[in-house]
Design a protein around this ligand. Sequence first.
Ligand code: SF4
Length: 314
Amino acid sequence: MSIRMNEPAVTNPSSVTPQSSSASSPRDDSAADAQPSSVAKPSLRVLSPAEIAHNEAAKGTDVDSQGIPNVRGALAADPPLHPTEEFLAELKRESDALESATPQEILKWAADRFAPKFTMATAFGPEGMTILHMLSTIAPETPVFNLETGYQFKETLELRERVKERYGIEVQYKYPDTTVEEFEAEHGGPLYKTDPNRCCFERKLRVLHRAASGWHAWASAIRRDQSEDRAKAPIVGWDKKFQLVKISPLANWTKKDVWSLIFKENIPYNPLHDQGYPSIGCQACTRPVQLGEDERAGRWSGFQKTECGLHTSD
Ligand code: SF4
């Protein structure tokens, strides 16, 4: 892997590469005839001094025995943001008011309220791509990052480049402490085969805790209809696990809503979705699903595990 966070400035974007919609795409028929619309391309974003300082500070943050910052999320921000009763009540009021808002309106509210301490993590799933598309016009300066575990599909990494070309948004990679080779040597082989929970903790959760430190709020791409855990997600709420405000603009959207917009706006998406992968994580822990299987049945197949722990409330 040659790309690291805090890369130097990038040059002008190349032209947009239109994407054709395959006959086997997971779209709905109503979206099939929609014509792509043109999307304005902002200039490529370079990391601001504040972002670079944030990344550097996160490396040296005091951590506990698990490598997680002792003071994290918005509590580690400058200035810090604390979940006081008054603030939580404000979030609840805002969340209720935004229940009938569009995802674009929710994102606009979030950027107005929390930028420049508003960020987003993405695994480049269809929902994340939808939010990136919206952010590209609403708040293109929003820093976005991806957890590069070292086990992601090459198609996922290529999608990061397509996002840069299409939208001028340079998604930052956030890496674990060790390379895949070092990690597997340390654990006597691929840990995902024997203890995927530990593997996800070390290569995703710990990295995410560090990456989330110093921000006041982040956007999440979850939909309420994806799982029991996600069904309880407010539009705006306090993320107890990561200790910052979590905004879920797509909470009220369905899978059909997401794919309709993808095809209507010709939003780039992972080509693996056209090959039987409705949900895509690390290559080692993702398989295509069969007709009739749950859309997350291909994740950690053979294990009692359906979430990597990023969106669960425990
Ligand atoms: S999804 Fe699999 S390979 Fe990726 S971090 Fe989790 S257990 Fe490890």
